[in-house]
Design a protein around this ligand. Sequence first.
Ligand SMILES: C[S@@+](CC[C@H](N)C(=O)[O-])C[C@H]1O[C@@H](n2cnc3c(N)ncnc32)[C@H](O)[C@@H]1O
Length: 304
Amino acid sequence: MGKAFSSCRMRKSIRSNRALLSFENVQNEAAPLKYYLPNFISDTDIMVILHFLDRYLFQSNFNAPIEELLLDGKFKVLDVCCGAGTWLLDMASVYKSSNFFGIDLCSVFPTEIKPHNVEFVQGDILEGLPFEDNTFDFVHQGNMVEIFTLGQWRFITMELIRVCKPGGYIEFTEPELGNNPGPILSKFYDALIKLSESRNVKIRMYENLINILDSIPMVQNVESEIKSTILGSKRGGNAGHEYLEVHNGYFLNVPMPETMCKFMGLTEEQYFEMFYEAKKEVLDGIAPKCEVYRIWCQKRFEED
Ligand SMILES: C[S@@+](CC[C@H](N)C(=O)[O-])C[C@H]1O[C@@H](n2cnc3c(N)ncnc32)[C@H](O)[C@@H]1O
């Protein structure tokens, strides 16, 4: 059982995308990171699939009411923990007269070959964003659950709000751990919950994130939308198929097998064998419902 993926149309476009981007080799860089989830070049493919899956599910790259302003131009957008910059590059290619900025701990983003309206910087959000107050019209962050503690989420949210202009918007797009997994996949989900608890990380962040935003007087109009798909193509169609690719990569890419084995009391060989069984279970239609949510809000005008 390897981590090879089946070929599909989306995958081909990812490969050609990758050929265009000049990624630095981050394999050596990954070791000392505080970040503990997969972040190797191979994981970039998974994040690209997840980006297009999110865009498909929501039929857009954002929910905040900013489309017209983006089209008018000179709109400043920041993506925090931007990874390879997939969301930003997609946005920048549509809204060519607006300006896009990305920040990530690790330089997995393109440093040379990129559109004129995109800039990337390396930085740790936990040390605070290297931008002045009230700089951006829209501040976005996606796919960061299972990484930060609740205290860190609160700090990060305050930072996102700080760098957003009054009247601007802040938005999160995040997946939630699937509901009603089959008996074998449940063992992986239970171990993931234990892993998160051992790091004081909340695995289900939807309610927590809403509560954080509701408790911050500087923002108003907190809204959310949830989309879902059933894992695997049998019940989830194409979206379920793509989600399964992401799901497989998450559990099989370095360092997850080694980390998870400790919580499951398995050898790596047993882990891969059991995951193969879990995947069969999903392919047979015994599969969880996976939700993705967007939460967005507006920073209050100073006179409000
Ligand atoms: C799961 S990926 C998500 C990437 C991107 N948001 C996306 O949706 O494709 C997590 C990213 O967060 C970055 N990251 C983790 N901890 C960070 C931190 N403290 N500051 C900045 N970036 C961080 C990692 O380097 C990685 O690129």
